[in-house]
Design a protein around this ligand. Structure first.
Ligand SMILES: Cc1cc2nc3c(=O)[nH]c(=O)nc-3n(C[C@H](O)[C@H](O)[C@H](O)COP(=O)(O)OP(=O)(O)OC[C@H]3O[C@@H](n4cnc5c(N)ncnc54)[C@H](O)[C@@H]3O)c2cc1C
Length: 406
């Protein structure tokens, strides 16, 4: 058990994204009076990422700021943007920080929060090719939007949630889009092929070409610029731009030599944490996309979800302040906007769970997931009420037979 934070203790937060901001905010509203220093590698004030593959891609005017500028001064949060934590010494309780101009300084802390997120995985060999894009930052989205304005055809490699959303957004911008996925359907790795088929249907209806069950052998390059892809069967798909959405890796490089324990790749990697976000080092917590928390069943899990990050930030702040937090067994929530449909997911679906489609009108649908006879997750498209009403059933173990319609 980590000691309760002294009221004048210095808290350093590494990463000025959603998790970092929410942790800082919760510490302040929870009564912490000491310095809070938030160090962020990006040059922007904290912003929200979900719009980057959705509205912010289709509409340049869409705002993504997480907080108004005055929030940080009003809350006495020392926001240091454009600075990167290069290393951590948990024994001396210091972090080494590199500024944008290359100079560096040491910063001591009493408690440290790590919220450094992910980096998108590049397509091997195409890291610096013009016309190849990944989406994680606001600059990534800006660059893609500008390129889309000049393009007619796009290939999206990888039909996970971000790939599917990007395909939908590029289609909305008027591009002829091909979505390529080596698994049998889009989203198959995350939620299995039954849901994958329902999502495929919506892309096909809009006119997006879905090439599932085939990988991309290479991104074709001419004159230093991407001109399409070669599929694993040898077929060539021409494109003016290629978006790569093949997953992300936790940002943990700065932990090298710190002794802070990482989770194994089998359980999702990232920083190993207990059920309130404490890492193996005294006074050091981690949350958000980079953190791999122990759940109440004792399993380590890492999620890349907005709500999950927000909930973890509240739990970490409570643990640091020694205040009670209603640590209900968390029911993870995730959403994805594709075209006019909001897809929502509650729980921990696995690709090989049994899937029961409860309703499907050809466009909107609801499905329950089960494993060993027990409800594990609920998903829906365009069915907010039907999904959200199931949350209590996922808080406590519920036999699937009890919730299936007669
Ligand atoms: C395009 C896109 C669409 C998404 N859509 C959805 C969605 O529809 N629904 C949903 O639930 N979730 C969605 N997500 C996921 C959601 O945005 C994340 O779960 C959330 O941003 C996680 O917050 P975080 O603070 O952990 O990481 P981030 O928001 O990534 O913030 C981490 C910050 O840490 C900084 N950093 C890294 N290393 C260092 C260092 N050494 N020193 C200082 N700073 C550092 C990074 O530059 C970054 O700014 C989406 C994500 C993306 C990229």
């Amino acid at each position: 058990m980590t000691d309760k934070l002294a009221s004048d203790a210095t808290v350093v937060i590494v990463g000025a994204g959603l998790g970092g901001v929410r942790a800082a905010e919760n510490l302040r509203t929870g009564g912490h009076e000491g310095p809070i220093i938030m160090i962020g590698a990006e040059s922007h004030p904290p912003y929200d990422r979900p719009p980057l593959s959705k509205n912010a891609l289709t509409d340049a005017a869409d705002r993504v700021d997480l907080k108004p500028d005055e929030f940080f001064t009003d809350s006495s949060i020392d926001l240091r943007t454009g600075e990167r934590v290069a290393s951590i010494d948990p024994t001396a309780k210091t972090v080494s920080v590199t500024r944008g101009d290359g100079s560096s300084y040491g910063q001591s802390y009493d408690a440290l929060v790590l919220a450094t997120g992910l980096l998108p995985r590049p397509f091997p060999g195409a890291e610096d090719v013009d016309g190849v894009f990944t989406i994680r930052t606001v600059e990534d989205a800006q660059r893609l939007r500008e390129a889309a304005g000049e393009a007619k055809k796009a290939v999206v490699i990888g039909a996970g949630f971000i790939g599917c959303e990007t395909a939908a957004s590029l289609h909305t911008l008027g591009l002829d889009v091909t979505l390529v996925e080596p698994a049998p359907t889009p989203l198959a790795q995350a939620v299995g092929t039954t849901i994958g088929d329902l999502v495929t249907r919506q892309h096909l209806e809009k006119g997006v070409a879905v090439r599932a069950g085939t990988g991309v052998d290479e991104i074709r390059v001419d004159g230093g610029k991407a001109v399409g892809v070669t599929l694993s069967g040898g077929e060539v798909v021409d494109a003016d731009l290629v978006v790569v959405g093949i997953g992300s890796t936790p940002v943990v490089d700065y932990l090298e030599g710190s002794g802070i324990e990482l989770a194994s790749r089998e359980v999702g990697g990232g920083i190993a944490c207990n059920e309130v976000g404490a890492t193996s080092a005294d006074g050091v917590y981690a949350l958000g996309d980079v953190a791999n928390w122990r759940d109440h069943g004792g399993a380590q899990r890492r999620a890349e979800h907005w709500n999950h990050t927000v909930e973890q930030a509240a739990i970490v702040a409570s643990a640091m302040l020694g205040t009670d937090h209603a640590v209900v067994p968390a029911v993870p929530y995730f959403w994805s906007d594709q075209y006019d449909l909001k897809i929502q997911m509650l729980g921990w679906p696995k690709a090989d769970d049994d899937v029961h489609v409860i309703s499907d009108d050809g466009h909107k649908w609801v499905a329950y997931f089960s494993r060993d006879g027990m409800l594990t997750a609920v998903a829906g498209a365009g069915k907010v009420g039907a999904v959200m009403k199931m949350r209590p059933k996922l808080v406590t173990p519920t036999p699937i037979e009890d919730v299936l319609p007669d």
